[in-house]
Design a protein. Sequence first.
Length: 373
Amino acid sequence: MCYYRTMIKLGLKNYFKSYRLFFIPIGALSLGIVVGLSVMIPMLWSAVKGFVMGVAEAVGNVSYHWDEVKDAVLSSIEKLSWSNPQAFVDEVANAGYWQELLRDCASVALGDLSKVEAEMEVLAKTAMTTIAGGVMIFVLCTAIGAYVGYFVTRSMIRTGVAKRSFLKSILAGLLSTVINLTIIAAGLVLIAKSENYAILSILLTILVYGAAAFLEAYFVQGFKKVPFKKVMQIKNFFLLAILNVIEIAILLGVVALLQALTNPAIAIYAGFSVMIITISCLQLNAEAYVKSLADNPETEKLGAEHLAAAYQGLAPVTFADRKGFTAKSELAAPLLAQETATVAAAESPAETPAEVAEEVAADTVQQGQEDKE
């Protein structure tokens, strides 16, 4: 199979396979929303109740029913733009909406409030503080749910695609953060200086991001397993960029399809899960490819051939050879035996080439075991 098809096919295979985790981000986000609402709604009702009771005390002896206040609260909430996420966020973040809700509740329960405007203003400030606290807790719980969904999904994708140790994950994360910030800063500087640098900035970003991704992937997945020059190639950087663009295009297409078939709220809600899966795969494409090289028998064969040559004195035996390739002595043994059997048989006519090959292979394996010890 062609080189470029191997990387892109592997990346897309892992990407579509990750869609089996579609409901994990949605579930975590929903849990965060439910927990946030369970705190926000009681705080909202407490603020409304305290405001109405305070206004009633300022007005005087007035009889009212809490059912009317509850109906007023529900009516105000129903007026929110639930089908338009952007408008919904703007309305909830606007203090004027909550002030109008408080006034409507008090008006429904108590009637004319023109004589207690000053008292209402003071009471409204206290109620708004409580409401603001409830909204902040709701936003925090929702954000935590979204992050948990991202973390769990990414961890599960990594387990199936490119597993690594916890310590390596921390070190790689710090390295990625520094490199990504450097790339962003360099790109912004080039674009700010002149529009002519925009294309150069894009090319530089592809090269630097690709180099950083594959360098990190090499040390995490391919160190002492894959030749360094086989990983750090410019064509690898551009193929990674092409793969990432394809996955981002799929994300945008899925969100557009959801929006066309449903409504913006559902499209964003479901699109969140697709976005989490896409981001996780974008971060693991390079590692997955390097891991596939490390697990490839052809790569092991290259290491065995190099080890065989080293034992014959045709190549220097380095620290990496002894640590990385000694375990492949069983692969190197038949290669070494095949090359030396004829010569050894000529020097010892009493032995057949097959017998010599068996002896050489056994000696090579024994040497490998001694190197391990």
